[in-house]
Structure formats: structure tokens, C-alpha cells
Design a protein around this ligand. Structure first.
Ligand code: HEM
Length: 417
């Protein structure tokens, strides 16, 4: 039974700082049933131990067909427009054995080696973006840096030709602008992306030679990937390319945005990181990105899960068919798991955060996200060492969609290069 006076969730104030509300929920109503802004009822899981267990619980399905309300049909659950655009067969909507098969196939194409080889390109993109505003002495780091970097990176990796990437930038912009608001804009962008990806996959399939070529792009790798003679169907390849774009874009925008903001608000920690970078030591940088994921990670709630059978989480009974949302941002500030959870400690040693999820749906793009965030933060702090906020924190506006949370803009100033 939730305690009385539960804090208001999903308001503007909540989007600006949800952590006090999450602390209240962890303490008084750790598994809390609420009505979401879309009108759908769901359970929020906020304690670390419950969250980690729920993320790995096979009785919680990712398939919206298990939702008792069938709200997915009306577009109120999941990614807007994915059903009408015939993009449902992606990793975040399916369970084993289909999930196992598709994840094995994509893992053959999206390898850690492919990501590592991509590092020089990410560095080049990062430098070019900073070049575009470095002489000015001020910038909006969301629009001019955090937003374009991941979209061009993922387009390059997938093999979207340079001349088409501006279209992706527009569609991605529509998704980000409409993320927390009317869903029509996102659905339109998803549909256009779907049409484009189907054509691109078709062209790439026709262009494939018998043997993999050096530097082959990820879409060609996806078409080629096979497991015991099984290949991705054209529809599965399109859904896979779509989820890589969708999952790999706004998340990374917000990791760079939230991460830079947290560093600017914590000058002592930022100075530590800057000193270690000056000394050519990258050990702190890797841990810093993990701590920023824990402290203010971009994925606030994990994606939808549905109880396939009546079950109990943290002592609370959940009926079959109910949606369960694991609140990663609340779990990652649980004092039962993290010492001083509200303190940013870039050198934190024991940090098993849930920012990339846990279990079989653990983020497939984590190596790429880490690469981009490390390049972005290290290059910003090295090239613009006196970077400072150019707005009062209380004037900054936060974009609070259901799943992701990030800044709408991040105005900064610095000595021009
Ligand atoms: C900072 C950046 C990122 C964060 C914080 C993040 C976070 C997450 C989380 C929490 C999940 C699990 C969701 C759940 O269980 O409900 C996930 C899954 C996933 N992520 Fe990421 N992600 C990031 C970047 C990326 C990138 C760059 C890509 C790809 C290019 C990507 C691709 C995926 C995919 C395909 C899945 C689904 C995996 C599956 O269901 O098996 N992500 N991500």
C-alpha cells in the first residue's frame, strides 16, 4: 500500500530534478503503481536490488502483446509509430528465443572491434564540431555538439551516405523535439526513417560482393550476418537498423549533455578530471563516464516490461498483464547500494550502475556510447579548459520524456581558441 502524499511525478519540476521524488518512492513506496501522462497505468520499481532483479526476470516480457490493456495498439506504449511503420521486431520488443537469435546475429556485425576501429572517426567528428564554434567564445552545447555528434557517428557506422545524413539529422530533431510532447511528430519521423532504411538495405544488398570488404559498414554486416544458415529478413534488418539509430542517438546526446552539465556544477571533480587529462592519464576518464551514467544517466526508466504471470517484486504483488517500469535513475542513487549516492565521485571504485541496463537486454551499444562520451568530454575539457555555464541552473529547461531525460539547451562560454 503506497504511503500517503506521494510526490507529483512527471511535472516540469520533476523533470528538472526527479531525485527527491525518487528518494521518497524508494523509502515509502519502492514498487509504486502510478498513472503515466499517457493515461497508461504502470508499476515503478525504484530500489537497486529490486531493479536489478526485475531487469533479469524472465517472467517480465518485453513483448507488448502481454499487456492486458493492449495500449500499444493506440501508440501509448513503446516507441511512437513503430507499429504502424512495421518496426516491431526489434530487440527491445521481443523475448527469447527470438531475442537470442536476433541479438546473436547483430552481435556478429556490431563487434567491439568494429567500434574500436571507429575511434579515429569519432575523434574527427568531435574536433570538427568544436572547430565550428571554438573561435566564438560561446555555444549551445546541446544543439552544436551533443546533438550532431551521435547522429553522424551512428549514420557513419551504419553506412548512411554523407549526403543523406542531414535528413537523419532532421528526423532525429523531430524525435527529440516531440519526445515528451505530442506523439504525431515522432511517428512521422519514424515512418520516414523506415522508408529510407528499407531502400538503403535494398541497395546495399544488391551491392554486396561475395566476400566481406575491409571497412564494410554495419548495415552490410547485418545483411551478411548468418547463424547456422539463418539470416535477418529484410524486415528484421530494417527494424535492427532502426533500433540502433533510435537507441543510439538521444541516449548519447543526453549522456554528453547531462555529463558536461554535472561536471560544470561540480568544479572540484571537473578539476580532477582536467588535471588527469593534462597529465595524459585516461584512467580517470573511463571511470568518470561510468560515474556520470550513474549520477545523472540519460535513460531514466528502462523500456517497457509486462508481467506474464502474477508475480511479486520487493514484496508487492503485481498482476499478470501489468506494465513494469524499472527506474534506473532511482536505483542508481539507492543508498542501500552506493555510498554517498547523491555525490558525484568520478573516482568511485564500486560502481555497478544500471545506466546501460542489466540482463539479456543490456545495452548493445555500450562500447560505442563510452567511446563517444569519452572523446566528447576529454576533447571539450582539453580544448576549452575554462568552459563555464552561461545561464543560471534554474533557468535551464529539461526535456522529460518518459524513458529519457536531458537538457533542452546548455549555453556555455569560454575563452575563444
Ligand atoms: C549513453 C548512451 C546509452 C545509454 C545510457 C543506453 C542505455 C541502454 C539501456 C538502459 C538499455 C536497456 C533497456 C532495457 O532493458 O529496457 C539499452 C538497450 C539497448 N541499447 Fe543502449 N544506451 C546507450 C547508447 C546506445 C548506442 C550508442 C546504441 C547503438 C548504437 C545502443 C543500442 C541499444 C540496443 C540495440 C539496445 C537493446 C538491446 C537488447 O534488447 O538486447 N545504445 N541501452
Amino acid at each position: 500500500m503506497p504511503a500517503p502524499h506521494a510526490p507529483a511525478l512527471f511535472t516540469f519540476e520533476f523533470a528538472a530534478d526527479p531525485y527527491p521524488a525518487y528518494a521518497w518512492l524508494r523509502e515509502h513506496a519502492p514498487v509504486h503503481r502510478t498513472t503515466l501522462p499517457s493515461g497508461v497505468d504502470a508499476w515503478l520499481v525504484t530500489r537497486y536490488a529490486d531493479a536489478r532483479q526485475a531487469l533479469a526476470d524472465a517472467r517480465l516480457s518485453k513483448d507488448p502483446a502481454h499487456h492486458s490493456e493492449q495500449a500499444h495498439r493506440s501508440g501509448r506504449v513503446g516507441i511512437p509509430g513503430e507499429r504502424s511503420a512495421d518496426l516491431m521486431t526489434h530487440l527491445l520488443n521481443i523475448d527469447p528465443p527470438d531475442h537470442t537469435r536476433l541479438r546473436r546475429l547483430v552481435s556478429k556485425a556490431f563487434t567491439p572491434r568494429r567500434v574500436a576501429e571507429f575511434e579515429p572517426r569519432v575523434q574527427q567528428l568531435t574536433d570538427r564540431l568544436i572547430d565550428s564554434f571554438a573561435a566564438r567564445g560561446s555555444a549551445d552545447l546541446i544543439h552544436e555538439f551533443a546533438f550532431p555528434l551521435p547522429i553522424h557517428a551512428i549514420c557513419d557506422l551504419l553506412g548512411v551516405p554523407a549526403e543523406d545524413q542531414d535528413d537523419f539529422r532532421d528526423w532525429a530533431g523531430m524525435m527529440i523535439r516531440h519526445g515528451g510532447g505530442p506523439r504525431g511528430g515522432v511517428a512521422r519521423a519514424v515512418k520516414r526513417m523506415r522508408t529510407y532504411l528499407a531502400e538503403l538495405i535494398h541497395r546495399k544488398r544488391a551491392a554486396l560482393t561475395a566476400e566481406p570488404q575491409p571497412g564494410e559498414d554495419l548495415i552490410s554486416g547485418l545483411i551478411r550476418a548468418s547463424d547456422h544458415g539463418e539470416h535477418l529478413t529484410e524486415n528484421e534488418a530494417a527494424a535492427m537498423a532502426f533500433i540502433l539509430l533510435f537507441a543510439g542517438f538521444e541516449t548519447t546526446v543526453n549522456l554528453i549533455g547531462n555529463g558536461t552539465y554535472a561536471l560544470l556544477r561540480n568544479p572540484g571533480q571537473r578539476a580532477l578530471l582536467q588535471a588527469s587529462l593534462r597529465a595524459g592519464d585516461t584512467a580517470l576518464l573511463a571511470g568518470a563516464v561510468e560515474e556520470l551514467l550513474r549520477y545523472d544517466g540519460p535513460v531514466e526508466l528502462a523500456t517497457w516490461r509486462f508481467a506474464t504471470t502474477p508475480l511479486t517484486i520487493g514484496g508487492t504483488a503485481i498482476p499478470a498483464g501489468d506494465p513494469v517500469l524499472v527506474v534506473l535513475a532511482a536505483a542508481d542513487r539507492d543508498p542501500a547500494r552506493f555510498d554517498g549516492p547523491d555525490t558525484l565521485d568520478l573516482a568511485r571504485r564500486d560502481n555497478p550502475h544500471l545506466g546501460f541496463g542489466h540482463g539479456i537486454h543490456y545495452c548493445l551499444g555500450a562500447p560505442l556510447a563510452r567511446l563517444e562520451a569519452q572523446a566528447a568530454l576529454a576533447t571539450l575539457l582539453t580544448r576549452l579548459p575554462d568552459l563555464g555555464l552561461a545561464a543560471a541552473p534554474e533557468d535551464l529547461r529539461w526535456r522529460g520524456g518518459l524513458i529519457m531525460r536531458g537538457l533542452r539547451e546548455l549555453p556555455v562560454r569560454f575563452t575563444p581558441e
